[in-house]
Design a protein around this ligand. Structure first.
Ligand code: GDP
Length: 368
């Protein structure tokens, strides 16, 4: 009744008239908020529930300024990667901006990996990959933000390592950073539950600050867009089909040279030369796989893309053309289709991977 009220998230004065001004909340939400005593402006409400932080590109000035600010802060940095799409998770040049700040590496989506994979081996593997990027993590955690597996243990480690510092969470889009932050918000209660939003000075980027109980905060930084991720080239529906939902069941193909395996219509694997051998495919369990002779493969694709080979949903969808990348394999390796999965290939072979133009196809040391 004319009484002035404030958003418990950001502190802005609540108003119901100007949508684009701070403190806006729809009238219905205001009444409900006054009733429950939990009054957030629309912006904070959305941030709380959906974490609608606008992502930035890897080369944006705003992004570089954000990293500079992290370097100049006294902070513990939590670097979240998707263990299923490690290459697509890399923030190039991050090591230059870490400064003297300690880094905890988080491998998210552990629930997708076969349980037979030794976790200590995977942590070592992640540490080696981080070292290759010039990052020396003080800790490597494996967890699943989605199933909540090992999130508690991770938070205990954060508390132990942060000392007298703020905690900055960084990660590219799609690694599950929002899911993890929402888990963290969900488990904190009472006054600690209040989040605030502010801006990285000198940028248009928002940050969310979650109080940690002392004078320090956990800062959720904007997601960073990694252009080589498959996610940028598929429709939402198609992406759902190719994204692993449950623990991956690897499939082994005994292949002779000059055979091809299609991964739906979004990727293709050619066994170019080498002896008959087993090749293990790690992709979403329901993704259709088709084997053909290499010499027939182009025709097979043209004939069946959009039907047997789905996604894409239709042959004339906007998927960029598949581009071929050939590799000579000298040590047991993974041929990675970024965001889709990988095929483990034996030493002494020549193979080719195809993916839509722009999507990364790379070879790395075998994870498994
Ligand atoms: P962000 O862009 O990094 O904030 O990522 P999101 O939190 O929006 O997650 C991206 C996608 O990954 C969504 O489809 C999530 O459901 C999924 N996801 C997030 N965490 C996990 C996880 O621990 N396991 C699995 N399997 N999927 C996850």
């Amino acid at each position: 009744d004319g009484e002035t009220v404030y958003c418990i998230g950001c502190g802005a004065q609540i108003q119901t008239t100007e949508k684009n001004r701070p403190g806006y909340t729809p009238k219905s939400a205001l009444d409900k908020g006054l009733e429950t005593g939990e009054l957030y402006c629309q912006r904070c409400f959305r941030l709380r529930h959906y974490n609608e932080i606008v992502p930035v590109g890897l080369t944006d000035d705003d992004f570089l300024r954000l990293l500079t600010q992290i370097r100049d802060a006294n902070a513990l940095i939590v670097y979240v990667v998707d263990i299923f799409d490690f290459n697509g998770s890399i923030i190039p040049g991050l090591h230059r901006f870490v400064g003297d700040n300690p880094v905890m590496l988080v491998g998210n989506k552990e629930d997708l990996l076969p349980s037979s994979l030794r976790r200590s081996k995977l942590r070592d593997w992640l540490r080696q990959r981080a070292n290759e990027q010039g990052i020396r993590p003080i800790d490597v955690s494996l967890l699943s933000a989605k199933t909540n597996q090992s999130v508690d243990q991770f938070l205990e480690k954060v508390d132990k390592h942060r000392g007298n510092r703020d905690v900055y969470i960084v990660g590219v889009t799609n690694v599950g950073k929002s899911t993890l932050i929402n888990q963290i918000i969900r488990r904190s209660t009472g006054a600690k539950d209040v989040i605030t939003t502010s801006r990285f000075p000198g940028t248009t980027l928002d940050k969310i600050e979650i109080p940690l109980g002392d004078d320090h905060v956990l800062v959720d930084t904007p997601g960073i867009i990694h252009p080589s991720q498959m996610a940028h080239y598929l429709s939402g529906k198609e992406l759902k089909i190719v994204t692993p939902q449950k623990q991956i069941k690897p499939k082994v193909y005994q292949l002779n040279a000059q055979q091809t395996v299609f991964l739906a219509g979004v990727a293709r694997f050619d066994y170019v030369s080498g002896p008959k051998h087993g090749f293990t495919v790690y992709v979403e369990n329901t993704l259709p796989l088709h084997r053909t002779k290499l010499e027939n493969a182009d025709n097979f694709y043209d004939k069946h893309v959009g039907d047997l080979l789905t996604p894409p949903e239709s042959p004339d969808n906007d998927l960029p053309p598949l581009v071929r990348h050939e590799f000579k394999i000298t040590d047991k390796s993974d041929l990675v289709f970024e965001g889709l999965g990988w095929i483990t290939v034996p030493a002494g072979t020549v193979v080719a991977g195809y993916a839509p133009e722009g999507v990364g196809v790379v070879v790395r040391r075998a994870m498994i």
